[in-house]
Design a protein around this ligand. Structure first.
Ligand SMILES: Cc1cc2nc3c(=O)[nH]c(=O)nc-3n(C[C@H](O)[C@H](O)[C@H](O)COP(=O)(O)OP(=O)(O)OC[C@H]3O[C@@H](n4cnc5c(N)ncnc54)[C@H](O)[C@@H]3O)c2cc1C
Length: 272
């Protein structure tokens, strides 16, 4: 649909820098040249902070990795999506049960020099959630940051990076917990593990913000592991015809849900 409306996709292209003039976005420098544009939406997941910084915007995103696994196929057991303490899951139409670690899922964060930048924001949260976050030293990344003399250079953003290593221990524990309440799972075994990166915001809510930087710049980030769920809702809100006189977002592109990143600045939120 976007292509029919004239959009062009530049797959395998890395955005390096937002360019602006007179307080207004004028485009983007990429590793394949400059793209001129009156508006730029940065929706680059865990890699949003380096790109946003080139527009003078600080975004407190913590990259964490989350694991899942899939069982061998079983006869139909349930159609709901389950989220419990210790496990979560749904069954594919083809019979496999896809498992997550549930409501209190433990995530992993590789500590790098970048963490020093937002330490005041994340420090108290990490203390409050120390049981839910496994910290590991991101040695390779730290060496890259030292080599680049920067913690936030977009050149440090990997192109086509392999996914993180899944935490099989956590997933086996979730599988055992689900088996306790769903004995039919005893006829299955885990046949595949995987993991992916999640862009955590400090309060777990998205940052959808058209007011943080030069005019025409919009951030959509910090989906905090709920992007697939939130996405359709947000689109519905944008696309729904509004009754006469109802609030309309200003033409500078501020989305109806103004979940501004600035709420994380000192004193503006006390959520841990
Ligand atoms: C294991 C796992 C399970 C999940 N389960 C659920 C679920 O059940 N329900 C749910 O709602 N959500 C779930 N999520 C979360 C969901 O996948 C994310 O919230 C969603 O993918 C975020 O979408 P996004 O487009 O904002 O970011 P991403 O999907 O991270 O996409 C960002 C893209 O930007 C690209 N990029 C980054 N920097 C640059 C650059 N400089 N130039 C060009 N491109 C760049 C990246 O390569 C990437 O393709 C899960 C996530 C994981 C890892």
């Amino acid at each position: 649909m976007p292509a029919a409306a004239g959009a062009r996709f530049a797959y395998g292209t890395k955005a390096l820098r937002v360019i602006s003039a007179g307080g207004r976005v004028t485009g983007l420098v990429t590793d394949r040249g400059v793209v001129r544009a009156g508006a730029v939406v940065i929706a680059s997941g865990v890699w949003t902070p380096p790109l946003a910084r080139t527009a003078g915007v600080r975004v407190p995103i913590m990259p964490v990795s989350l694991s899942e696994c899939e069982t061998t196929p079983l006869p139909p057991l349930f159609t709901q999506s389950i989220r419990a303490f210790g496990f979560g899951g749904h069954q594919r139409p083809s019979g496999e049960v896809v498992l997550s670690a549930g409501v209190n899922a433990v995530v992993r964060h590789d500590v790098t020099l970048y963490d020093l930048v937002d330490l005041p924001v994340w420090g108290p949260r990490l203390r409050a959630h120390r049981r839910d976050v496994k910290l590991r030293l991101g040695t390779r990344r730290i060496l890259q940051q030292i080599g680049a003399l920067s913690t936030l250079s977009p050149r440090l953003v990997p192109k086509g990076a392999p996914p993180p290593t899944p935490d099989t221990r956590i997933m086996r524990r979730a599988f055992a917990a689900m088996r306790e309440v769903l004995p039919a799972l005893r006829d299955a075994s885990i046949r595949r593990y995987w993991a992916g990166m999640i862009d955590m915001s400090p309060d777990g809510l998205p940052i959808i913000d058209g007011s943080a930087g030069p005019r025409g710049l919009v951030l959509v980030t910090g989906l905090s592991g709920h992007g697939l769920t939130i996405g359709p809702g947000d689109r519905q809100d944008h696309g729904r015809p509004r009754p006469e006189g109802a609030h309309r977002p200003p033409d500078r592109g501020v989305p109806p849900i103004a979940l501004r990143g600035r709420r994380h600045d000192a004193g503006e939120d006390d959520l841990t």
